[in-house]
Design a protein around this ligand. Sequence first.
Ligand code: PMP
Length: 361
Amino acid sequence: MSRVWNFSAGPAAMPQEVLDRAQREMLEWNGSGSSVMEQSHRGKRFVEMAAQTEADLRTLMGISADYAVLFLQGGATQLFAQIPMNLAAEGDSADYIDTGHWSSKAISEASPYLHVNVAASAKADDYRRIPTRDNWQLDPGAAYVHYTPNETIHGVEFHEVPDVGTVPLVADMSSSILSEPLDVSRFGLIYAGAQKNIGPSGLVVMIIRRDLLERAGRPMAKIFRFAEQAANDSMLNTPNTWGWYLAGLTFQWLHALGGLSVMAERNRAKAELLYSTIDGSSGYYRNPIDVPARSRMNVPFTLHDSALDATFLKEAETAGLLALKGHKAVGGMRASLYNAVPLEAVQVLTAFMRDFAKQHG
Ligand code: PMP
């Protein structure tokens, strides 16, 4: 068996060590005589593992007791709707920053529940930059401010947490959570689909300041209500037990490597290598994003002649470099460099890119 270098945007590469351990524990987990998937989420072993996983995430991210940590289902997309349902009452409005595909989705999914004020948008610039904070038209009466720190498709990333005063800041961190240290106290709510930096799809991690759990929101079924999920330790119904377990293994892997500062350094080195290869290719490869807004996690790039795209992808695959095709919304290529992608993968990719340019120049 040989594993490839996987640059998928999500579901994405997982750490080899996590997969190895899951494989070892697949048939018999934790001395229980069965796999983790075959046991009750109310059982002692599972409940202890779930609590340890939360504790490990709290240590990794420095999450204080002022915040609840939830392990939910429904994907980040369901939270696009659940956030306005929970945080806003009838007639409220919220500010949204539009920086690409995913923030636009968040805006359209929130629209049935409240008035969306698009306080800033980079749409007119094809989402190639982050709108400067000075020009945001924030409403001091907004229920919250929503933004997407890293746009997975457009490859645009905020490199600072924006200051929005006392209005709660809500962040869709699906494609950047755990990639670097973060001051959680700057946020009202952080959410992330697991399938990039946490584990398999089907799990969402949410970190919410406890005072926001007291907001009445809209009338809704209990299953959608954050306060109910928090009061029931995210086990109002059967959770994604397998995803939760794998998230726990990923958090342990991150701890063993030295935590998020080590991860930030690794991620910086990977992104620097790829961007310098693109920028040093005399226009053979191009990344369209305004340099200060370039993403460390998702690097879209085009070839100087799109007629070579199919050949590039085919030869890359033969060289063991997978999932480099760009999203159809932007075309070209995209390399996602999440935590589980080692520097060696980017070294192999950039060597391949240089060779390809020479051969097809
Ligand atoms: N937000 C961002 C930033 C994403 O990258 C994605 C998925 N690629 C989503 C939201 C949607 O996530 P899900 O498929 O889990 O609903």
